[in-house]
Write a protein that binds this ligand. Structure first.
Ligand SMILES: Nc1ncnc2c1ncn2[C@@H]1O[C@H](COP(=O)(O)OP(=O)(O)OP(=O)(O)O)[C@@H](O)[C@H]1O
Length: 229
């Protein structure tokens, strides 16, 4: 018992993300997550696979402190999410987490340059040198004055990755980030994302249907029947 508690504390404190026996149902629905446990260490990359509807996006949203869960606990960067109210969750997100989605979700009224620095500014963590490096690395230097509607899908996703990495988050959560891209753009985006998280020491939890993509990450977890297989 004592050993179990010590192990739990050690995991809770030192693991960046500790998901323990989490349960989640939506109103009127069957349980989506029945008993999900998963840990992610600082700087580690983990691919989350599973059938359509198995709850991958649900789990990602919980890890991002975007939604509440019914049982179990999620500890992110040393903070138990069940103890936070909406404001606390928003503050923790700003401080530690960035998200990248399949639908790039850029702000249409802002230029590429403004989109790139938007989250870092909100988090009060703007580092103009790092943002310029990101633009360069992501091949966006010549596109900074453009608006998202004038970019290809691959370019938009590169902006979204730059925006996500600009605050140097501890955790990057990516939900099918290459799902809307052709093979070439997809390979470029994945390569860039993996090299940037490695450089920044950011941990990555990436939802994907692709076993090839999953094979590129440090670890793999498969969600099925409300559990991690
Ligand atoms: N906001 C919601 N309200 C009610 N049910 C929801 C909601 N979001 C998701 N669900 C349901 O929860 C289940 C899991 O959905 P989720 O999007 O997490 O799965 P997924 O594994 O990410 O699927 P996909 O691979 O198709 O994106 C599905 O049955 C879905 O219909």
């Amino acid at each position: 018992m004592a050993l179990h508690i010590v192990a739990g504390i050690v995991q809770g404190v030192f693991m960046l993300l500790n998901i323990e026996k989490v349960q989640k149902s939506y109103p009127g629905g069957r349980p989506v997550l029945r008993d999900v446990s998963l840990t992610l260490d600082h700087g580690q990359t983990l691919a989350l696979t599973g059938e359509s509807g198995s709850g991958k996006s649900t789990l990602l949203n919980l890890a991002a402190a975007l939604d509440s869960f019914d049982g179990g606990e999620i500890t992110l960067d040393g903070t138990a999410l069940s103890t936070l109210d909406d404001r606390g969750r928003a503050a923790l997100r700003r401080q530690s987490v960035s998200l990248v989605f399949q639908q790039f979700n850029l702000i249409p009224s802002l230029t590429v340059a403004q989109n790139l620095s938007f989250h870092a500014r909100l988090a009060n963590r703007e580092d103009t040198e790092w943002t310029a490096q990101l633009a360069e690395r992501l091949g966006l230097s010549d596109l900074l004055a453009r608006y998202p509607e004038n970019l290809s899908g691959g370019q938009q996703q590169r902006v979204a990755i730059g925006r996500a990495m600009a605050p140097r988050p501890k955790l990057l959560l990516a939900d099918e980030p290459t799902g809307n891209l052709d093979e070439t753009a997809s390979a470029t985006v994945l390569d860039l994302m993996l090299s940037l998280v490695a450089e920044a020491g950011t941990a990555l939890l990436l939802v994907t249907h692709s076993l090839d993509i999953a094979a590129r990450l440090d670890r793999r977890a498969h969600l099925t029947g409300g559990h991690i297989a």
